[in-house]
Write a protein that binds this ligand. Structure first.
Ligand code: FES
Length: 97
């Protein structure tokens, strides 16, 4: 399961393998920031609070868009990070502004 914490709503849904965090959030009607869906705007930035081992490794767009410190703290781009396997995952949308 994945708990998706948006700006004002949160929901726990099935962690569907292969879907991005943003896709799951939109599907669940959680208010999650996004604009480009291509890994450039950072509006979908989020922090993985639990279960990062169940998610994809940072891809090129994430490595370009996030600095090392952010990656170490579990920050990811919701439109790029995919579920690799089901597990207890908690992610919170934390855009810069
Ligand atoms: S929606 Fe723009 S970086 Fe994810």
């Amino acid at each position: 399961m994945i708990e998706l914490i948006g700006r004002s709503r949160k929901k726990t849904v099935e962690a569907e393998v292969g879907k991005t965090i943003l896709e799951l959030a939109l599907q669940a009607d959680v208010d999650w920031g996004f604009n480009c869906k291509r890994g450039t705007c950072s509006r979908c930035r989020c922090q993985v609070l639990e279960g990062i081992e169940y998610l994809s490794e940072p891809n090129k767009a994430e490595l370009l868009g996030l600095d090392d410190e952010e990656l170490e703290e579990g920050f990811r781009l919701g439109c790029q990070t995919k579920v690799n396997s089901d597990g207890a995952i908690t992610v919170q949308n934390k855009p810069y502004f």
